[in-house]
Design a protein around this ligand. Structure first.
Ligand code: ING
Length: 311
C-alpha cells in the first residue's frame, strides 16, 4: 500500500494528430508533456486512446496493409522506445493507448500501464466498441471501431502501480457503469482512461454540447458511485478537419472535477490525489460487502438487450 496515500497524478491531453504527422513527432510531444507532468509532481501520467496516430476509425479503408500502418506490431518498439526511456529517466509511470496488432494477427484498441522502471505491468483491450462495421453513406465521417478492432479479451482488470490499485478502460467503456463496478469490486482506487470523442454524432442530429456533458456526467457519476479517482485524457481538436472534444479531467471520489483542461491542444493537468478520500465513501456509503444485493442484480449479467419485465 502507498502509505502516504497521496499520488501525483497527471493527465496529458493531446491536441490533433493529423494523417501527415510522423510517429516520431507524436512521441516527441508525449515526451514533452511527460516532462511537464513530472515538473508538476506527477508520478503517473495518463495519455489518450490511440495516442500515436490520428483517430483512423473515421476513415473507410479496405486494404489491410493500409489499415495496419496505424497498428503497433510490438510494444515497446523503436519509435515508442524514447518514451519508455524518458519515463525511466524521470521515474514516472504512464498509461498509453494504441492500436495493437498481435504476433498472431489479432487487432485490438489497447492500453497499457507502464511502471517507472519501464516494465509493462498491465494491458487492457477495449471491450465496448462503439460505431459500426459497414460503410455508412451520407455521413461526414465513419466510426469503424467494430470493423478494425476485435472486442477485448482481457476483461476489466486491476493492476498495482506505485503501490496503488489502478483500473484501466478506453473511451466508450467510460459510458457503461459495468466498466467501473467490475473494477471497484476488485478494489480499484483509480481508473485511468483515454478517449477520442467526435463532436458530431453521425447517427442523429445531437446538439454538440451533449458530447461534453455526457462525457463529464459519465466520469463524475461513476467516480462517486464506485469511490474512485478517475483520470481521463482526450486526444482532441480538429484532426484533418474532424473535430473531437477536449475536457480532459481528473475527478475525485466525491464526483467533483478537481482539474480540467482548458484548451484543445497538448495540455497537462495534474493533482496530488489523496487516495484516502475514497475511504469514507467505501466505508459508509458504497460499502459493497454491507449493502450490495447481487441476488437482485442477475439481469445485469444474464441479459444483453432490454427484454420483458420479470414475472
Ligand atoms: N468515441 C466515442 C465515445 O464513446 C461515442 C463514441 C460518443 C459513442 C458518444 C456514444 C456517444 O466517446 C469512442 N472512440 O469510443
Amino acid at each position: 500500500m502507498n502509505n502516504s496515500r497521496t499520488l501525483g497524478l497527471a493527465v496529458a491531453q493531446m491536441g490533433p494528430v493529423n494523417l501527415a504527422d510522423s510517429k516520431e513527432t507524436v512521441v516527441a510531444r508525449l515526451i514533452e508533456m511527460m516532462r511537464d507532468a513530472k515538473s508538476r509532481g506527477a508520478e503517473v501520467v495518463v495519455f489518450p486512446e490511440l495516442a500515436l496516430t490520428t483517430f483512423f476509425p473515421r476513415y473507410w479503408m479496405e486494404d489491410q496493409q493500409e489499415i495496419d500502418r496505424f497498428f503497433e506490431k510490438a510494444m515497446p518498439n523503436p519509435q515508442v522506445q524514447p518514451l519508455f526511456d524518458e519515463a525511466k529517466k524521470l521515474g514516472v509511470g504512464f498509461y498509453l493507448g494504441y492500436a495493437e496488432l498481435t504476433p498472431n494477427g489479432r487487432r485490438f484498441n489497447t492500453s497499457i500501464l507502464v511502471e517507472k522502471n519501464g516494465d509493462i505491468v498491465g494491458k487492457y483491450r477495449k471491450i465496448h466498441l462503439p460505431g459500426h462495421s459497414d460503410h455508412k453513406t451520407g455521413v461526414p465521417f465513419q466510426h469503424l471501431e467494430k470493423k478494425y478492432f476485435e472486442v477485448g479479451d482481457l476483461g476489466f482488470r486491476v493492476f498495482n502501480l506505485h503501490d496503488t490499485q489502478f483500473g484501466m478502460c478506453l473511451c466508450n467503456d467510460r459510458r457503461w457503469p459495468e466498466t467501473y463496478r467490475v473494477m471497484s469490486l476488485q478494489s480499484a482506487e483509480i481508473v485511468v482512461l483515454g478517449y477520442n470523442t467526435p463532436s458530431i454524432n453521425i447517427h442523429w442530429n445531437e446538439p454538440v454540447h451533449l458530447r461534453t456533458s455526457t462525457h463529464l456526467i459519465s466520469l463524475q457519476a461513476n467516480a462517486y458511485q464506485n469511490a474512485l479517482w478517475v483520470a481521463a485524457a482526450a486526444k482532441c481538436g480538429s484532426e484533418d478537419g474532424f473535430h473531437m472534444i477536449g475536457s480532459s479531467v481528473i475527478v475525485a471520489p466525491t464526483g467533483e472535477i478537481v482539474a480540467r483542461a482548458l484548451t484543445e491542444e497538448d495540455e497537462v493537468i495534474a493533482v496530488k490525489a489523496d487516495l484516502q478520500i475514497g475511504e469514507n465513501f467505501r466505508k459508509h456509503v458504497f460499502n459493497f460487502a454491507k449493502h450490495r444485493r447481487p441476488e437482485h442484480y442477475r439481469l445485469i449479467v444474464e441479459r444483453v438487450g432490454a427484454g420483458e419485465p420479470l414475472e
